[in-house]
Write a protein that binds this ligand. Structure first.
Ligand SMILES: *Cc1c(COP(=O)(O)O)cnc(C)c1O
Length: 396
């Protein structure tokens, strides 16, 4: 789907300083070679299966289906992966690639800490150094993940510039990479940034839809009517969509974090409220103020709290191939609680955005229709924040 210059329609590309060009070209060349190397792919499959616990289950959520009274609902259980989310798929791929390239050090950005923990995990496994950049604000909100990263042997650097959140951590990691490219690989956490990152991350996450496809054919003998996933940068969503893009009868639905609502300034719904722009090395849609500056974004979910969206999603939106819908904090929290009670599965608050949208559309659909929802991660990390949202303090 990517053309030669890393474009998805008008989106994507490489809007980077000259000093980063060599690193990006080196990465592109290495990836072009290893993606077709049988030994590399065998090693990666082994890591996926033996270490991360793939394939993840495609679970028929019978109680959720009955409670909603419409379409049959399956959950793609990325929450069961080692480290608790889909992030490990991409990280194992990039760490292995970096190792093959002779790199000895991984750097990464992280928001909620899931990607940082996954990167620290892969670095520990592959005996590499690891440095994680994290907005200072986020280090406070996600202290447990900071501890986990340190426990795994990583160094965590709090970023104090800007709003001291995810976007600033990305900027800082890019700056660090520019200054040290010979031994360091920048392990980017979503389908964003300059080419070839959106393609590399998508390819490693596409295992999700490869599995959904054969699993649903095994269970139902046909493709689903809709695939639903939450969208921050968009990696679990593109991973869930990718192998269905050519199957025009499968609706692809990305759920953006609307925060307190898309008519407020406290939102992170990029497609629904953003405009075309260039940031972090790519052309795509971004939340911007009236002067075209990147706007501060807000969501209850730290993992969806990013002012942009990956360029492939921006293009799927332009082509009308995928739909992007806003889901508010309130709706996500209700879905978080509802799935916990109906199925005994506590989803990540990010994933709860996808559940919430399914709760809106499933009841309207016939009982012979099939929906697959990707549960991108597990919700243990979110319990304290949701309790706080409900006015409880579980650490009293
Ligand atoms: C990071 C994260 C997300 C958001 O990232 P995408 O690249 O949009 O997938 C969603 N869910 C979980 C559990 C995450 O950790």
């Amino acid at each position: 789907m990517t053309n030669k210059n890393g474009r998805f329609g008008i989106h994507g590309g490489q809007y980077i300083p000259e000093t980063l060009m060599n690193a990006v070209i080196e990465l592109e060349k290495a990836y072009d070679f290893y993606k077709n190397d049988p030994a590399f792919n065998r090693e990666l499959t082994d890591l996926f299966n033996e270490y991360a616990g793939r394939p993840s289950r495609l679970y028929y959520a019978e109680k959720l289906t009955k409670a909603l009274g419409g379409a049959k609902i399956y959950l793609k259980r990325e929450d069961l992966n080692h480290t608790g989310s889909h992030k490990i798929n991409n990280v194992l791929g990039q760490a292995l690639l970096a190792k093959k390239m002779g790199k000895t050090r991984l750097i990464a950005e992280t928001g909620a800490g899931q990607h940082g923990v996954a990167t620290a995990t892969a670095a520990s496994l592959m005996n590499m150094e690891c440095v994680v950049f994290m907005g200072e604000e986020d280090t406070k909100r996600q202290a447990l993940n900071v501890y986990r990263m340190k426990l795994l042997g990583a160094e965590v650097i709090p970023v104090t510039s800007g709003t001291a959140t995810l976007k600033d951590a990305v900027s800082e990691a890019m700056r660090e990479w520019t200054s040290r490219i010979d031994d360091t690989h920048y392990c980017l956490g979503s389908v964003m940034g300059p080419h070839p990152f959106p393609t590399i991350v998508r390819d490693f996450q596409a295992v999700i839809s490869r599995e959904i496809k054969y699993q649903i054919l095994e269970k139902e003998g046909r493709l689903p009517d809709a695939v639903i996933a939450c969208v921050g940068g968009g990696s679990n969503a593109i991973g869930s969509f990718y192998n269905f893009i050519e199957d025009k009868n499968v609706r692809l639905i990305g759920c953006e974090a609307a925060g307190r609502g898309i008519d407020t300034f406290e939102t992170a719904a990029t497609i629904n409220t953003g405009r075309l722009g260039i940031f972090h090395g790519m052309k795509s849609y971004f939340c911007q103020d009236e002067y075209g500056q990147i706007a501060p974004v807000y969501s209850i979910s730290a993992g969806l709290d990013y002012p942009g969206i990956g360029p492939e999603h921006a293009n799927l939106h332009d082509m009308g191939r995928a739909e992007y819908v806003p889901v508010t904090d309130t709706e996500a929290v209700e879905a978080f609680e509802f799935l916990s009670r109906t199925e005994g599965i506590i989803p990540a608050i990010e994933s709860a955005h996808a559940i919430a949208h399914a709760m809106k559309i499933a009841p309207e659909m016939d009982k012979d229709k099939i929906i697959v929802i990707t549960v991108s991660g597990r919700g243990d990390k979110d319990c304290a924040a949701i309790a706080r949202y409900r006015g409880e303090n579980i650490y009293e």
